[in-house]
Design a binder for this molecule. Structure first.
Ligand SMILES: Nc1ncnc2c1ncn2[C@@H]1O[C@H](COP(=O)(O)OP(=O)(O)OP(=O)(O)O)[C@@H](O)[C@H]1O
Length: 241
């Protein structure tokens, strides 16, 4: 049973159709790299999985939740799915630990001490144990992004979605964020990531989904990046080098 299933998903914004029947399935523990040129629909597909966008037709099932069901319990979906964006969205007036404690406190009704223990645990996981009591502005971009990942992990998601999380970072900081994601993958986390980091996708992706003009144009194991069968993927990989 796949933990994430998209079947013939279609989505338009106004008169512009952005997803033209997208289907793929993710098994527990798999890493999926969603790749493609700007505007090909990657972020939209990812956002549909977390119901940040509502699809026009098709089916999406995530951790047993029918995401396309109007009666979906959004709160339960969001507990099972963590999402991290390019921008970290940490509250500047709260310390890193306080940022992380917010959702466990409000959603899971944890005590302050319990939430603090969770925050310390996830910060250790992303290599930021000593930053718990600092404010976001005292951290580098890479550290803030790792803190944002830790904030998601604090809710113990079953699936993690990453939307170009390293695009705003320079190469050194990108490396430290990718190492955290790689360690999560090694720990068995199911994840779907929109990424332009082709070498990273080669190294950790179980499936590569190449989108082109709102459709899946090529789909397979990471090896398709080295042996593209369509000119579009060949050109895309060549440009990303
Ligand atoms: N909320 C929105 N309203 C209108 N159009 C949108 C909206 N979100 C996305 N689009 C359009 O949908 C298309 C696909 O966008 P999307 O962000 O999914 O592509 P992408 O492959 O992730 O691109 P990028 O790599 O640039 O982020 C684009 O033409 C974009 O302008």
């Amino acid at each position: 049973m796949p933990i994430v299933a998209l079947k013939d998903v279609r989505k338009s914004f106004g008169s512009v159709q952005v997803l033209h029947g997208v289907s793929f399935f993710v098994e527990k523990g798999e890493v999926v790299a969603l790749i493609g040129a700007s505007g090909s629909g990657k972020s939209t597909a990812l956002r549909c999985i977390d119901r940040l966008e509502v699809i026009d037709s098709g089916e999406i099932e995530v951790c047993g939740h029918r995401v396309d069901d109007p009666k979906l319990d959004l709160r339960r979906l969001r507990q099972d799915v963590g999402i991290v964006f390019q921008s970290y969205n940490l509250f500047p007036h709260l310390t890193i630990a306080e940022n992380i404690m917010l959702a466990p406190r409000s959603v899971k009704k944890m005590s302050k001490a319990e939430a603090r223990a969770v925050a310390e645990g996830v910060l250790a996981k992303v290599g930021l144990a000593e930053k718990a009591d600092q404010y976001p502005e005292q951290l580098s971009g890479g550290q803030q992004q790792r803190a944002a990942i830790a904030r998601s992990l604090a809710m113990e998601p079953k699936v993690m979605l990453f939307d170009e999380v390293t695009s705003a970072l320079d190469p050194k900081l990108t490396g430290e964020v990718l190492r955290v994601i790689e360690s999560l993958a090694a720990g068995g986390m199911t994840m779907i990531m929109v990424t332009h980091e082709m070498n990273f996708a080669r190294r950790i992706a179980d499936q590569v989904v190449f989108m082109h003009q709102g459709r899946i144009h090529e789909h397979g194991p990471a090896g398709i990046l080295d042996r593209p069968t369509t000119p579009e993927l060949r050109d895309f990989v060549a440009e990303e080098l």
